[in-house]
Design a protein around this ligand. Structure first.
Ligand SMILES: [Zn+2]
Length: 440
């Protein structure tokens, strides 16, 4: 089955806003409680968590110590407990870092797994209503319609700017097609470049460059500018503490608050532009008829932090998010996504003769191999990636040039990158991870 998220802008009235805030608060409280509970079980008692016990415990809390929990949708609370268990299990399996506690200062969200209705307007009006359990019928801008798809789950979020959104995850109910065999004739390589967003090398030997959208560049410049203004807007006063020592105290002036709010708006815009662009590109790639397998580099963001510039460039492109989108779109079409081992020298290898050019640095955009082949750095990397499945097979089996690889390499979880998680809805990730476990 294929899951497709649509995000709708919500316009709650005051009473609904109040109920939404209670849902954010209560689900956050539940999530944090079970993360610390899992910590206690693990670090103090050496026990592995049992997610069903969390649910039983939650029901007990509602009846005894914390009756206010009954005021919000019980399924949303259960989802929060389940998400805490999932986050902890991923930590156990070494797939993720220790889950962070949710803070009321970051983006707020809760899930409604059932009983949500999306009511489109009979006329062509874009405005309709979304009915949420315990909250009621909320006005919404329904810019896209759907008919046959089933609502899998709905995630309500509040951005730092104060806007509310409902992300409706739709399930088309169709089974996924069989995964294709990986052949050289139908394999493409994708390199995440520094200058360009993506470089794709297709089996017909053509190269395609996807640049960052211009609007994104502009907004990123706006962020830099606002950050600079913000750093000047701090009012710093010097006060003496009880020991007579001087301390600098930062105050948030009204001007500071205003700039901060504008900054939040721009960040939100950037996230949306990135997400839309990632959907556009991955849609095109997934539908490309000559390709049934894509190879990308396994992003190792931890290692990349050492190289700030590259890390920034990649973060700007939101590449982890893009690969996640690509993974689920390919899976839905029975196509493959392969993550090349991060020790595969995709940039330093000559795609023509296979020699490794050790002296290559990040600055070298173009280079010539001793075999005479001239290379553009990112294109060469994309070509190498397209050769990767066969390169690996060659090395393992000592063969020269296999035409196809039979085994389907598993779709590995790149979701470990924080920036991928940032925007992708938790439940989309959930379904991706589930499929990664199935295949792995
Ligand atoms: Zn060469």
């Amino acid at each position: 089955m294929t899951y497709k998220p649509i995000r709708y802008h919500l316009y709650p009235n005051d009473a609904q806003r109040d109920m939404l805030m209670r849902h954010f608060g209560s689900t956050r409280w539940v999530y944090n409680r079970y993360i610390s509970e899992a910590d206690r079980l693990y670090f103090e008692l050496g026990q592995y968590i049992k997610r069903d016990e969390f649910i039983v415990d939650l029901a007990r809390l509602k009846k005894t110590e914390f009756p206010w929990l009954a005021e919000v949708n019980s399924q949303s609370l259960q989802m929060a407990a389940r998400n805490a268990a999932t986050a902890y299990e991923r930590f156990f399996k070494g797939l993720a870092k220790h889950p962070r506690f949710k803070s009321k200062h970051s983006k707020q969200s809760f899930q409604c797994p059932q009983h949500v209705k999306v009511l489109f307007n009979e006329s062509s009006s874009k405005y309709g209503r979304i009915v949420l359990p315990k909250i009621g019928s909320v006005k919404a801008k329904l810019h896209r319609r759907f008919q046959d798809e089933r609502i899998k789950t709905v995630t309500i979020t509040m951005e730092p700017s104060g806007k509310f959104y409902a992300s409706v995850l739709l399930d088309d109910g169709k089974p996924n097609p069989q995964t294709d065999v990986i052949t050289k004739e139908r394999t493409a390589g994708i390199d995440a470049g520094i200058k360009k967003a993506l470089v794709v090398y297709y089996p017909d030997s053509t190269t395609q460059y996807f640049a960052n959208p211009h609007v994104l560049e502009k907004q990123l410049q706006a962020i830099q500018k606002l950050n600079k203004i913000l750093s000047r807007k701090h009012v710093v006063s010097v006060e003496k503490d009880e020991n007579g020592k001087e301390r600098k105290i930062r105050h948030e002036s009204r001007g500071y608050q205003r700039v901060k709010h504008r900054l939040a708006l721009v960040h939100e815009k950037v996230r949306h532009i990135r997400q839309d662009y990632a959907h556009q590109i991955t849609h095109r790639l997934a539908n490309e008829s000559q390709v049934t397998t894509y190879v990308v580099e396994d992003l190792n963001l931890k290692g990349m932090v050492k190289n700030h510039k590259l890390a920034r460039a990649l973060a700007d492109v939101g590449i982890g998010q893009l690969y996640n989108f690509l993974a689920y779109k390919l899976e839905a079409r029975g196509k493959n996504l392969i993550y090349a081992d991060r020790f595969f020298p995709s940039s330093k290898r000559c795609s023509a003769c296979g020699r490794i050019h050790q002296g290559l640095t990040l600055k070298d955009r173009e280079w010539t191999c001793i075999c005479g082949q001239q290379h553009e750095r990112d294109e060469n990397a994309a070509i190498n990636l397209a050769q990767y499945p066969f390169w690996e097979e060659n090395r393992r089996e000592g063969r020269d040039d296999p035409k196809s690889v039979k085994s389907s390499p598993r779709v590995k979880d790149v979701g470990a990158s924080a920036l991928a998680k940032e925007v992708l809805q938790a439940e989309v990730l959930g379904s991706l991870e589930a499929s990664a476990f199935r295949q792995g």
